[in-house]
Design a protein around this ligand. Structure first.
Ligand code: SAM
Length: 264
């Protein structure tokens, strides 16, 4: 159903090519039935034109997004970000502003907060973490992770310092990490929302661009670049090279990690 795919892409950037349309229809049909619609066309009209559609569209987004993430995922770029970009800024008296721009259920900003706490600079940085999915964010805010999220923590010391178990035995993140993070709902496909975050020294936008078309990726990267301070750095996922796009960022490499830096 092309018109539904177009609507979803227009609102969220999520791209469903011709071969992915069956999956899209399957997921949306379930949602349409739950919401009491008898046909997908009625549901489409509702989502596009009804003034009350915003809440239902949020449910559709929650049903479509892929929230796969875990602590210490693609760890090397995070380590580099802390030692090479954040610590020097702190030493020079700047309070770095870091934005995790598609944080899903929060494992990525929490990992970053752990590394910053280990480096003794957590209180001297500002971390904003955002996602389009309110459901993912509501889980992120409470800092409870499934056991799968803990599978890559590199040492038992880190785990002992930052992860406790609640009364039900669920792994829970240390409150000092959670309270260092400002959680916000930001749709990367909306330039006004991106601009509302304000200037950042470091932006992590990892493992989300793969769900966008090239056109959308180019636009999102351009808006993220505008949100970077001069010499600010953008990190994307390890499988998300930006080299085929012309951007105002320069691709640089250190310790086998590629990153994108804004010129002064
Ligand atoms: C696979 S997760 C990546 C999580 C984390 N960055 C990581 O690398 O582990 C992708 C996330 O992108 C979010 N997302 C998808 N489209 C988005 C959009 N237009 N704006 C903001 N977040 C979006 C999804 O809700 C999902 O939580």
């Amino acid at each position: 159903m092309a018109i539904l795919a177009d609507l979803i892409e227009e609102r969220t950037g999520l791209h469903y090519g011709v071969h992915d349309r069956d999956t899209l229809v399957e997921k949306i049909s379930d949602r349409a039935v739950e919401a009491g619609f008898e046909s997908l066309l009625d549901y489409y009209y509702f989502l596009r034109y009804d003034p009350e559609a915003a809440t239902e569209l949020d449910r559709v987004i929650d049903a479509l997004v892929v929230g796969e993430t875990y602590l210490f995922r693609e760890f090397e770029p995070l380590r580099l970000a802390v030692t090479r970009f954040v610590e020097p800024l702190v030493r020079s008296g700047v309070r770095p502003r870091i934005w995790c721009a598609a944080c899903a259920t929060g494992e990525e900003p929490v990992t970053l907060a752990m590394l910053l706490a280990e480096a003794g600079v957590l209180e001297r940085v500002q971390i904003v973490a955002s996602d389009i999915s309110e459901r993912a964010l509501s889980r992120a805010r409470v800092g409870k992770f499934g056991r799968r999220s803990l599978r890559s923590i590199p040492s038992s010391e880190l785990r002992a310092r930052f992860v406790a178990e609640d009364r039900d035995g669920a792994p829970t993140v240390a409150p000092e990490l959670l309270s260092a993070i400002e959680w916000r709902r930001i749709n990367l496909n909306d330039p006004h929302q991106v601009a509302s975050v304000g200037p950042c020294h470091l932006i992590l936008c990892r493992n989300v661009l793969i769900y966008f078309s090239d056109d959308t990726t180019a636009k999102v990267v351009s808006h993220l670049s505008s949100a970077l301070e001069p010499e600010g750095v953008l990190l994307v996922g390890v499988s998300e090279s930006l080299l085929r796009f012309s951007t105002e960022l320069e691709c640089q490499e250190a310790d086998r990690v590629f990153y994108y830096r804004k010129a002064t």
